[in-house]
Design a protein around this ligand. Sequence first.
Ligand SMILES: [Zn+2]
Length: 200
Amino acid sequence: MLYMKDLLALSHFRFTFLLTDSSQYVVDWALTWHILMFQPKFDDSFTKENVSRHHTLKFQLFLEDLPTLESLKRTRPDLYVEILTCRSCEDHLEDFMHLFLCKKRRVKLHQLFTSYLHHLTQKLKEAGNNANCDYSSQIDRITSLPCWTFLSSNWFSYSLVRGCLPTAFLDAFVTLSISRLTAMNVVAAIHNNFVNKFHK
Ligand SMILES: [Zn+2]
């Protein structure tokens, strides 16, 4: 976790100071680290071959270090000329933010966020049913977080795609009698699924 503290001093993480406490989206760094280190189980949709690629992508998202056209222009100006624009919309420069804001990817990204939220609420329902507790307030708590729509001015959704996840994700499960570690694993599996689909 000391290593984490050094990382957070980097400019890549300045956005975390823009997240206000009143939003209920407070980054849980233990959860964030757990998710980075979490190894997905291999199955038909998640073969051994793409696990290392997935792990790399997860770190690239976390460090805002994806090989976008803008970063490639900087590192390989011999191969990537200045005039190149986003391959999807051909309308904007392709930097990290544009990967999420591109009009050609908007529908897919919206589906990914919807599916993420759906997975979380399904797991909360299961936990509530198993513990014989009313889960509706926990579902409301997660659904009302400000991170489910990606906008250029929304640092919460940006935080989510970077893998910097809120304590509220865990607290909702803990309230329904799930241990914190189990909750971390559940959230990690859901987040991995999101990263995996983002890649496709
Ligand atoms: Zn575009």
